[in-house]
Ligand binder design. Structure first.
Ligand code: PAF
Length: 275
């Protein structure tokens, strides 16, 4: 990978990287499309990163279909697929981890304590292996984006993070490789996430400025679905992920949800613009 990226760069070309864990969907394809518009060479990585899963999570059953992914990558004009083996990334006696401390400790970090350390570590390894100029992430993993941006700033990576909007099914469900776990009934129940985010947007539009009031209405909406079990519903400042007392004019906030529908843990979010 080093040899290849050096060759591309010596040729004066810009590399766009789309890091993924495979089982690609339209969300990933939107990142690839953006990379193809901006970069000269698009590289997609597929690596189901073991260090970002806790022992009780779904590493073994995480959906995988490399043949299908490869076809999608070819059909979408991707130049290279980087598909390393876990033993190549985390060699015997591997010891080095990247820990983005503060921003990793809230929300997802509370429910998945080692998750962002695993994400920051693998993303850093991908950056070091590929030396991309542009790297594309989806807004659906809003906190992941914030963690990676902080890492890029702190560790002085010479690259640009491009964040692309959440891609939703026509009925509002945010696209995710994990949606495949949902039964037909759960698939319907899962719409409660986007519904409660819409409710938050509506409340803010109507003038509500107290996060606790918005959050409690979102929680009521989610709890109206029997199969749901909330991990968190939160409103944070979109810049720094701090929890505001009140929503202030001209600022941008994020409403975030993590919730189980049956056994499937889903996350979703939306920007709240106060104007
Ligand atoms: O968002 C993902 O798919 C993963 O967290 C990432 C960024 C590819 C790191 O494993």
């Amino acid at each position: 990978m080093h040899r290849l990226s050096t060759r591309i760069k010596i040729g004066g070309k810009k590399i766009g990287l789309v890091p993924t864990m495979g089982f690609l969907h339209y969300g990933h394809l939107s990142l690839i499309k953006k990379s193809k518009q901006q970069a000269d060479v698009t590289i997609v990585s597929i690596f189901v990163n073991p260090t970002q899963f806790s022992p009780t999570e779904d590493l073994d059953k995480y959906p995988r279909d490399l043949d299908r992914d490869k076809k999608l990558l070819s059909a979408n004009g991707v130049d290279y697929l980087f598909y390393p083996d876990a033993s190549e990334i985390y060699s015997h006696n591997y010891q080095t981890f990247v820990d983005v401390t503060n921003i990793s400790s809230t929300l997802e970090g509370k429910f998945r304590p080692a998750h962002f350390k695993g994400v920051a570590t693998i993303v850093s390894i991908l950056f070091n292996s590929i030396s991309p100029d542009y790297v594309y992430f989806g807004q659906k993993d809003a906190q992941q984006v914030a963690v990676i941006k902080q890492m890029v700033k702190d560790l002085k990576y010479n690259l640009k993070i491009i964040v692309c909007p959440i891609i939703r099914e026509t009925d509002g469900l945010a696209m995710s490789s994990r949606n495949v776990y949902l039964s037909d009934n759960e698939r319907k129940d899962a719409l409660v996430l986007s519904r409660s985010l819409k409710l938050a947007e509506k409340l803010v539009k109507e003038g509500e400025r107290i996060p606790d009031i918005i959050i409690s209405q979102m929680i009521n909406e989610i709890n109206s679905v029997d199969s749901s079990k909330i991990d968190y519903v939160e409103i944070v400042d979109a810049e720094n992920f701090l929890v505001p007392d009140n929503l202030i004019e001209g600022k941008r906030y994020l409403a975030l949800i993590a919730c189980r529908i049956g056994n499937t843990r889903l996350i979703d979010n939306t920007f709240l613009k106060v104007s």
